[in-house]
Design a protein around this ligand. Structure first.
Ligand SMILES: [Ca+2]
Length: 572
């Protein structure tokens, strides 16, 4: 892949300089960035040189700080600037001053997405094709193995102060797998995953800089709330980076809005009775806003209500009230997350570093249908409290993923499409602010982007282990409206759900035994017209290409026997 060779070739001068003179190396990296920030359109068009390395010496702000904010189980349409009615003014402001990608992809599930985002590889190449259990195959060892490197491990040697706060979920049993041992200078994290808001979940822990500070025996204090805590800790560590006069990388991984949905009662109250119009109306309203803003093309219809979901008109009053309450709690977790991001953005501004900070915001998978059409609302305490178990369920998830089909776990558009907001005042030209970027992008591109902007070396070996080449391309050209250098298709595999996207053609299957479906996403992003029967040769060619790559990237063999994966993966 051209982009891989490009990054290695460009990084090597900086690497050789690092051995002789640290200041010279930083100056070189700074020049690399200035070439990118110099807005040299001619350089961007050269095709075989990245944006970070064209003209030399232009004045500018230096290498950017990078803040990657990942949220958990949030659908494509759940924030205001992607069609939602939930109040997200802080994210909306980032979008109107930055860029919204309209076709950005995750992997469809928590652990694989985190593995891919952190390493620039497809998740199986980093050892996490499924969750964190070791299934005895190279693609499924259940933690980030030694043949990949994290964003922290790549940016720290380039002089970045590296910070990780929130849900880790890419290996917990061995402290060597924790973020503090995988390239992050400062960490405040739950290695085992998320799944809690007010009190640490049984069997999970919170570690600060490699030391357990909360677990079953050491509970969290009254008033602690995960969303606020992850953000506040990150701001404290940013202060350290600013004092040290170092560029910083923040990987802020919220557990909101993942189940069990929990939020302060006053936040829930703000949304109570706002969902009594039901999911059918909610989908239409969100779709209408997506059309009006230009996020979604008019030729892409709203997918029909999914099978197994009751028309809202047939839902009785008692059940309507219960479902309204569930969705109000979900909305409250998103609203609270947006406000915490507002605090973070304000803090960056107060420290004078917002201008030259690239903020990326995205979700790890689509809305979640687990718990079925009626969701879950159980527990001894008030719904939304620490003593409750609330899941939004399939009917609301169908609306969260407007206008697409399917959910978390699946690799149809509803499972893998995420908002991606990019905000960077010093690096995004004024005439691009507020723009939609339609070029497809994937988590694998985040490592390439960060290495590009930091002038960092993506290593061939690390701690004595050969490292798999990164798979993505830098997104920097897209920030300026230029073409990405992608030459390879994008691939997905999760629980036997499979897909390959090459240009506008997407071949996708549901479950290990599911038939291949073929869609022209330019004409039909909602995946409503399966063209497989009309293009058998294309289906065969793309299926063969998927199979070849899947074997090479350790997606295959699957860790289960025969053609049946776990039920959840094959039956929504
Ligand atoms: Ca998730």
């Amino acid at each position: 892949m051209r982009s891989r060779a490009r990054t290695a070739a460009h990084a090597s001068p900086a690497a050789s300089a690092a051995g002789s003179n640290e200041d010279e190396r930083i100056a070189m990296n700074r020049r690399s960035f200035l070439k990118a920030a110099g807005l040299g359109a001619a350089a961007l068009l050269t095709g075989c040189r990245s944006a970070a390395r064209a003209a030399a010496g232009a004045p500018g702000p230096g290498r950017p700080n990078i803040v990657v904010i990942l949220v958990d189980d949030m659908g494509f349409s759940d924030i205001g600037c992607y069609g939602s009615e939930i109040a997200t003014p802080n994210l909306d402001r980032l979008a109107t001053r930055g860029i919204r990608f309209t076709q950005f992809y995750n992997t469809g599930r928590c652990c694989p997405t985190r593995a891919s985002l952190l390493t620039g590889l497809y998740p199986h190449q980093a050892g996490i094709g499924h969750m964190t259990a070791d299934k005895g195959l190279p693609g499924y060892v259940g933690h980030l193995h030694e043949r990949c490197v994290t964003l922290g491990e790549v940016l720290r040697p380039a002089g970045y102060f590296t910070i990780m706060c929130g849900k880790w979920h890419v290996g917990a049993k061995d402290p060597a797998w924790w973020p503090s041992r995988r390239g992050f200078d400062r960490t405040y994290a739950c290695p085992e995953g998320g799944g809690f808001y007010f009190q640490v979940k049984k069997g999970r822990s919170i570690v600060r800089n490699g030391k357990v500070i909360h677990d079953d025996a050491h509970p969290l204090p009254e008033g602690w709330y995960s969303t606020d805590a992850w953000t506040d800790e990150a701001i404290g560590y940013i202060d350290e980076a600013v004092r040290a006069d170092k560029p910083f990388l923040v990987y802020l991984a919220h557990n909101a809005p993942h189940f069990p949905l929990q939020a302060p009662p006053e936040d829930i109250q703000r949304y109570r009775r706002k969902y009594l119009a039901g999911w059918d109306t909610l989908r239409e309203r969100r779709y209408g806003r997506q059309l009006a803003s230009g996020l979604i093309a008019k030729r892409w219809p709203l997918s029909p209500r999914d099978d197994g979901i009751t028309p809202w008109a047939n839902v009785d009053a008692e059940r309507r009230d219960r479902m309204d309450h569930i969705m109000a709690i979900y909305a409250a977790t998103v609203d609270r997350m947006d406000r915490s991001i507002g605090r973070l953005v304000k803090a960056l501004g107060q420290r004078g570093v917002l201008e030259n900070t690239l903020i990326l915001f995205l979700s790890d998978n689509g809305g979640n249908a687990e718990s079925g059409p009626w969701g879950r609302a159980q527990g001894k305490g008030a719904l939304g409290s620490a003593a409750s178990s609330v899941f939004c369920g399939k009917s609301w998830a169908n609306a969260e993923n407007t206008p697409f089909r399917y959910y978390k776990h699946f690799v149809h558009e509803g499972g893998i499409s995420t908002p991606l907001i990019a905000h960077w005042p010093a690096g995004i030209p004024a005439d691009r602010r507020g723009a939609f970027e339609p070029q497809p992008g994937h988590l694998i591109d985040i490592m390439a982007t960060c290495a590009d902007l930091a002038g960092a070396t993506y290593p061939k070996t690390f701690n004595g282990h050969a490292i798999t080449p990164m798979q993505g391309v830098s997104l920097v050209p897209a920030l300026r409206g230029q073409a990405l250098g992608r030459t390879e298709p994008l691939y997905w595999e999760h629980e036997g759900n499979r897909a390959i996207r090459d240009g506008n053609w997407k071949l996708v299957a549901r479950g290990p035994a599911g038939d291949w479906e073929l869609y022209d996403l330019d004409a039909d992003r909602s995946e409503l017209h399966n063209l497989a029967a009309e293009h058998p040769d294309r289906v065969k060619a793309m299926a063969d290409q998927w199979e070849t790559f899947a074997r090479k990237a350790h997606m295959l063999p699957w860790p289960w026997k025969g053609k049946t994966s776990r039920k959840k993966g094959t039956n929504p």
